[in-house]
Design a binder for this molecule. Sequence first.
Ligand SMILES: [Zn+2]
Length: 99
Amino acid sequence: MKDLKLNAYNIKRAISPHDFYSFELSGAKLKKHEWNDGGICPFHDDKNPGSFRVNLNTGAYKCFACRSAGGDVIAFTMAIRSVHFIEALKQLASDWGLV
Ligand SMILES: [Zn+2]
């Protein structure tokens, strides 16, 4: 693994939030460049789609029901997989073919 590529800046540049969330939120119709309806929230037992939003410019996410939120795809990965920052970078780099 090349350490050069394993930093947050490069990870965020390499993974488009649109591609990332299209994969992670397979049921959501993601179209706009900014805040989109992310469909069913993956962080709580969501029965009412509409609370979970993702920003396809920045990768930020926010749920207005359970208040899960984060600023980018790394924060989402940390939360959804319960991993620390460095582990999230490693997993993203591996999953998205950046290593
Ligand atoms: Zn939620």
